[in-house]
Design a binder for this molecule. Structure first.
Ligand code: SAM
Length: 165
């Protein structure tokens, strides 16, 4: 699915809306070994290379107690992505699909998410493994992995269960 800017057979683009609905504050930058999208892994791995989340000084106090968590969820802005392709085809052929049934970086709001392993904290820098983005990718948010932060509540009558029709 990695692309430069081409439209492939079976793909469709839409006109983007005339205005944005919200704004973001980037809280820092992600430092990784990859400077070209074609070299990035499709998804990060806990045994992948060590990367850094460099948090801007303004937000550093927000890191208090983060070292208590072995895993974090990271949200980042895939800033080199186009945003208008609603129907996309894999690079090497195969069935085209709607954007919301894909983890493609090309999406209306190009937000990437990863669960990373936190190795250490030095000041405003988090050393992590498990990323899959370009060096310099803007960082949107960091939070404890939801499965560590709060034990999942036991299922209640009427809750959807995996395997339900
Ligand atoms: N793990 C995230 C997710 O599932 O939401 C992102 C997955 S996406 C398939 C990862 C790919 O996005 C990389 O292989 C690379 O091709 C592309 N990519 C990485 N950083 C990017 C950036 N800053 N801008 C645009 N594309 C990027």
């Amino acid at each position: 699915m990695v692309r430069r800017n081409e439209i492939r057979p079976g793909e469709r683009a839409v006109d983007l809306p005339p205005a944005y609905d919200a704004s973001l504050y980037f809280i820092g930058r992600i430092r990784t070994p990859w400077s070209d999208r074609l070299d990035c892994p499709r998804q990060g791995r806990f045994d992948g290379p060590q990367c850094r989340l460099e948090i801007d000084a303004r937000w550093q106090e927000g890191l208090d107690s983060i070292e208590e968590f072995a895993r974090l969820e990271v949200l980042y802005w895939l800033h080199q992505s186009r945003r208008d392709l609603v129907h996309q085809s894999p690079r090497n052929g195969g069935r085209a699909r709607g954007v919301f049934s894909l983890r493609t970086p090309v999406r209306p709001n190009p937000i990437g998410t990863a669960i990373v392993k936190l190795e250490r904290v030095e000041g405003a820098v988090l050393f992590v493994r498990g990323l899959d983005c370009l060096d310099g990718t803007p960082l949107i948010d960091v939070k404890p992995d939801r499965t560590l932060f709060e034990p999942p509540a036991p299922p209640r009558k009427g809750d959807f269960q995996v395997g339900d029709a």
